[in-house]
Structure formats: C-alpha cells, structure tokens
Design a protein around this ligand. Structure first.
Ligand code: KG4
Ligand code: ZN
Length: 368
C-alpha cells in the first residue's frame, strides 16, 4: 500500500519540500489505518480510557507540536484504537529532505509512545538495498524473503543517489563507488526536462525511447542519419565512481545545435534512446567490473531507476554472460520506488531498536 504524491509535484517539475510535508501530514493516518485494515490489525475501539491516559496524550501533543494537521488526525483516528499486534515500528530518518523526514519520524515517535512499542530508525537506502530480497508468491500473493549469498554487490540508483555497495553480510556495507555529481535518476529527470517531458523523467524518457523501436521510427533511422552519440562518462575510469552531469550537458548542446531534430518527435525519441543507452551502459559495465574484482556471489539492484526495463535486461544479460555463477536479484516493479515494505524488511533484519527520543532526521545519512 503506497500513497503517491507524484502527480502533485509533477506540476512543479520536482519535489517541493513543504508541499511534501503538508501532504505527509494529511496522508499518514489514513494510510496507516488502511494498511492495518488490510493486515487484519485494526482492532475494536476502546471506550472511556482517555481520562486515564491524559499525560500520554499530552506527550503525543508535544511530539506532534510542529505537525498540527497530523496531530488533529492522530487524536481523532489513532487515539481511539486499541493497540494493534505489532512488535516494533520502523521509520526512515535519512537521507532525504529534512522537512519530509521529520513528519514521518514524529508520527512514528508518537505511535511508539502511545502504543509503547520500540522504534527502529532505518537508513532509506538500506531499504532500497533490501527491496530485491522480496518476491511475491504467485499462489497467495504474499511476499517471501529470498536468501542471499555474500559477499553481494548492490547497485543503488535513485533520484538522489547512485552507489555501488559491497555487502559482506546484513548490516556490513561499504560504498565502493558513487556519483561525483548528479545521480542517475536526477540525470533522467534533467534530460527529460530538456526534452520537454514531465516529472519524473525516468519513465518519460524510457517511454519515448521505446518509440524508436517501432517500425515507422526505425525507418527514419535517426541515429545513423544524425550520428547521435553521447559520451559514456567514466566508463573506463579505474575506480567505481560515476558522473552523469556531463551527459545532461551533452543533451543540452545537442538539442541546441540541432533544432530540426529537437523539434521533431522522432528526433527527440532518438535523443532519449541514446541518453538512456549511455546511462545504462555505464551503470552495467561498472557494476560487472566491480562484481568481478570483489568476487561477489550475488548482485542486487535497487532504487527508483531499477524500474528501467533496459537497465534490468542489460544487467541480467551481462551477469549471465560474464558471471554465470552469480545470482542477480532485482526488486519487482512495485517495490523499485519508495515504499514502507522495504524499510520494514531492513528493520526486521537489523533489529536495532532505539529509544524514540534519540532519533532525528539526517538529510545526508550515509550507509556503512
Ligand atoms: O528511489 P526513488 O523512487 O526516490 C528517491 O529516493 O530518489 O527514485 C526516483 C527516481 C527519479 O529520478 C525517477 O526519474 C527515477 O527514479 N525513475 C526511473 C524510472 N522510474 C523512476 N529512471 C529510469 N527509468 C525508469 N523507468
Ligand atoms: Zn528512494
């Protein structure tokens, strides 16, 4: 169960922090109640207990004093519920936009206090890292957790991060490569803007690039006609780092210098395809090289860009061809974007409980 704000932020061409904060305040309580209902955890209401719990209610008011709209809903819908059968509550405390992170943290602090359950603060990227371990079983559509052999290498590519993480076991992470400027998802979003496409740019570029495959577009053969060739940044560098901002600049200059291509839909589709090919080629090549060097047994993919079909296919093919004994796990499409299930799984595996008061937003939190 995911509540998405994409349509709202799309009008502004990206995530607006204060709008995200307002929407979280509105959506968290209804989302929690729907999730509990679906899980059969929504219990009958308690009556006449409020007076005994006055001091607890005051504490909840204090915890949510900066989220008045959320507090209103908390008091109306959460306070009357009896405690659901849960062992702990996990929450993302970073990396990310601090105003948005704080709403989730304070909500969970209030819940943990009210129900007297421990809180598990989780790194958002650790959630993406675990998303590939979740596979839906066909017979009952429940999720099962896959076993992984270590060491494993994860390629995390999202709107804010592009990282290669060496994982020696659960909780044992080392970032061995990362982007020096834009993240892969950010590059998709920026290139999409240059091509006049909406936000988020990743799916828009992928859809436009796919058009070049159809016969009518193919017959015009833009790539050989105009020799659209973008750089593959840092493809051959000895490290495992990435850089995508030059690629975005290459798109900018190409469109500026070829106005007739920029004006035609076929031309823009050819640009989108070449851009996507370039990003995917670098991501796959560096992942394979790092996997070989680190002698890993498993390769994992995670983050919003993991939804990209070309990336999934090329990575799968490259692993099969170069590292046939290595398993390659990818999250199913519904778990590539931000979701709470991956955070819950990461928390379940880590089991690191903390006292709620010690938790705060860390916008630049790093793994490892
Ligand atoms: O992980 P995510 O949902 O949010 C962050 O934590 O950043 O990732 C969002 C990013 C956006 O930049 C979006 O353009 C990109 O993931 N994305 C894609 C695709 N779907 C989403 N990039 C390429 N191809 C896609 N199909
Ligand atoms: Zn994310």
């Amino acid at each position: 169960m995911v509540s998405s704000q994409v349509a709202l932020h799309a009008k502004f061409g990206g995530v607006v922090p204060n709008l995200a904060k307002r929407e979280h305040q509105r959506n968290l309580v209804p989302l929690l109640l729907s999730a509990f209902q679906k899980a059969g955890l929504l219990n009958s209401k308690i009556k006449n207990q409020k007076s005994k719990l006055q001091s607890k209610i005051q504490n909840v008011e204090k915890i949510l004093e900066r989220e008045p709209e959320l507090l209103k809903r908390f008091k109306k819908y959460v306070l009357p519920l009896s405690k659901p059968k849960i062992d702990a509550i996990a929450v993302t405390y970073g990396p990310g936009l601090a105003p948005a992170l704080w709403v989730g943290i304070n909500f969970v602090k209030a819940l943990a206090h009210w129900w007297n359950v421990p809180l598990i603060p989780m790194n958002h990227m650790e959630g993406h890292l675990f998303s590939a371990f979740l596979q839906k079983e066909e017979k009952n559509s429940k999720f099962k957790i896959l076993n992984s052999k270590f060491p494993a290498l994860t390629l995390l590519a999202s709107g804010g991060h592009t990282e290669l993480i060496l994982m020696k076991g659960c909780g044992k992470y080392k970032i061995i490569g990362e982007t020096l400027d834009d993240a892969a998802g950010e590059a998709f979003d920026k290139a999409a803007r240059l091509l006049g496409l909406g936000y988020p740019g990743g799916p828009a570029i992928a859809a436009l690039a796919a058009k070049i495959q159809n016969a009518k577009f193919k017959s015009q053969n833009y790539n050989s006609k105009f020799k659209i060739r973008f750089p593959r940044p840092m493809l051959n560098s000895k490290d495992y780092n990435f850089s995508f901002s030059g690629l975005k600049t290459a798109v900018l200059y190409f469109l500026r210098d070829h106005p007739s291509i920029a004006k035609s839909k076929t031309g823009r589709a050819a640009v989108a395809k070449e851009f996507q090919d370039a990003v995917v080629e670098v991501l796959v090549a560096k992942t394979i090289r790092a996997a070989k060097a680190c002698k890993v047994k498993t390769i994992l993919l995670g983050g919003g860009v993991a939804a990209n079909r070309l990336l999934r296919e090329k990575l799968q093919d490259a692993v099969r061809e170069n590292l046939p004994h290595v398993s390659c796990f990818m999250p199913q499409a519904s778990l590539t974007g931000d979701n709470a299930l991956m955070i819950a799984l990461a928390a379940y595996v880590s089991g690191k409980k903390k006292t709620p008061t010690a938790v705060g937003a860390e916008a630049n939190l790093r793994l490892g």
